[in-house]
Design a protein around this ligand. Sequence first.
Ligand code: ADP
Length: 785
Amino acid sequence: MAPVTNGEASKPRKRIAVMTSGGDAPGMNGAVRAVVRMTLQENCEAYAVMEGYQGLVEGGDWIKQMEWADVRGWLSEGGTLIGTARCQDFRERPGRLRAAKNMIEKGINGLVICGGDGSLTGADTFRKEWPSLLSQLASSKEITAAEQEEYKFLNIVGLVGSIDNDFADTDATIGCYSSLGRICEAVDYIDATAFSHQRAFVIEVMGRHCGWLALMAGVSTGADYVFIPENPPPEDWEAHMCDIIKNHRALGKRKTIVIVAEGAHDRDLNKISPTKVKDLLSGPLKLDTRITTLGHVQRGGQACAYDRQMSTLQGVEAVRAVLDAKPGDASHFISVVENKIVRKPLLEAVATTQAVAEAIENKDFDKAVSLRGDEFKEYYDAYMTTTATEDAGQLLPESKRMNIGIIHVGAPAGGMNSATRSAVAYCLSRGHKPWAIHNGFPGLVRHHKDEPIGSVRLVDWLEVEGWISKGGSEIGTNRDLPSKVGLAETAACFKEWKIDGLFIIGGFEAYSALSEMRKGQAEHPPFRIPMVLLPATISNNVPGTEYSVGSDTCLNALVGYCDAIKQSASASRRRIFVVETQGGRSGYIATMAGLAIGALAVYTPEEGIDLAMLGRDIEHLRESFATDKGQTRGGKLILNSEHASATYTTQVIADMIKEESHGRFESRFAIPGHVQQGGTPSPMDRVRAVRLAVKCIQKLEGYADSDKTPEVQMKDEDTMSVIGITGASVVFNSMKRLEAEETDWKDRRPLNESWLAYKKIVDTLSGRPKPMDCCHHCGKKKTAV
Ligand code: ADP
């Protein structure tokens, strides 16, 4: 199927090639699909360079023109379908000279390279050398003077594809979260056996010179000790590690997990090997210890939801960057900072990446950590404070220690327990008392202090230690708001338990609860305490943040479900599935899942559904089935948010499609329901829950100041806030301001949803017709069917 063009079909503007290079990474196929389709949509020609730089050096058939259907179904494929290779030739100038000649011969004037730091360093060298390569080719008459002039600027854009997450100036490389998922899955399995036998396991993970995978695996599995190259352990690391592990065992822990990055070393750069660690654990500590090396399992398989979305969004942005580039502009790569996709200069990032390696070589570890970025440092600190339980140096003076209530409100979401665990561990490390309030607000008011079974309990480290990887809500959650159980009763309980800081974890109900308590402050003095909400809901519909804990777990569950359904749709060739998604009155889940699976269409509550829209989509389906003649394997899927339309329900849509297909294809509907809450929380939800929960308690403890009376605190708008990721930063938003300025109370979602623009990308990449668009085949303008 040809893409919708902008009416200049006869005159393609550019030839854009895409290449994958270096180590393969899950998500590379999603990037290639996005680059190819976006290129075609922009009325340019798309090419794929096969086998990385080797294809560029060889030229000819190694550089292949790509059509729309060539990348159908690629989002769910692991590895890279256009191949990758380590190419020695490209490291030398003669190889790069041939590559330049081949590009010009094919008329390629834009190149998107998806690879790791080696590949992008190569790209940077190529870009720097380009003018001299062209001069050499012109003087040897291999290209004409006109060609030299026409191609004088190399338009190159990088996409960072690597499981190691070792490239500077981006939070996440394409593939790193999939790899982390693989590691966490393995560690969770090992954890179970370690617990059963009271064993210790030393697990070596990949990452070359970068400790991101090891650190994140440590954070998301609650490992006892982690060795990373950027921040080696103290000089006496043997004693340090043994003390921490002895301590954990003394607290009652039955298992020990130590994670060793493959590049781990001590402060003198002597390698710390898993065997060395094992000898210590089984020797002085007398633990039954095994070593597990995860190896290439960490590389492979399908990409997780995040890598599919990110590779798609970044692929689209890469094509835009190629098209926007002006002669003389520096080359860019596409980066993600928190939740924001941004273009950054390639040159600086390559230099910073190399500077990390230099800093490590020079034993300047503070510099190495800081060059990895703020996020890396925060994760490291969060890991340390929630692991080293007996570090007396972290304790606050008595006067600053608080009674912190922790409550879950609303439906369960993956990561609620991870957040609770870290909050408890952090509280204990600082001397605060963590009070778990069981079963939400009804739980709080049900029991009182003098009753034997209290629903408000102090929790200890051992109890929460294993919660990091547990789905659901260990302390129980409930939807009922303080107004339902009684504001006065709720306030009385706060007073009874002397709660002087509240950490709320939950979704829109939790947000509403916080709003009620804020408004109730004047009448009920016990509410005049600092409160902070960590948004946790699969729907991701809490104002003040673009990300809620649990939404990533949900997307992974949904993507897994849709992959299975798609396979069935594809096996029977002439079938389309309509899948109903949850998400309340927000289309976030449907849209992001649509990006991750390549849905034909996504119906959201924000946009609604009308007859003309359905007509266009059915017509699109007819064309699509007519052209693919059953030979492509990409199953077809439409996602429908449960509240997109009260009339056009998922079943009605599926029936209408069947009716209108006139027997040429069939349709089915599927409702995954609560499967979408996911089982085990995804690594992203776990690590973000840890980091954000620690920040929340730090925010609360910032108010542990005896100078501030409750009345003063009440006047401080920031005392009640919501933590959120907005754009490129983590922020605390004042609840009062959010309520007034950013909340759509009727539809229970933010007034301005950040992801709305992504919906257009789903449509663009599936070739979905817009109102009044032309027919995909005849090119004629037509009105809606
Ligand atoms: P990754 O991109 O995953 O880090 P490599 O480091 O193996 O993987 O790099 C992939 C390829 O990129 C190499 O085989 C080589 O062709 C090219 N490359 C790497 N570094 C350079 C360099 N400094 N100069 C030129 N080409 C390079």
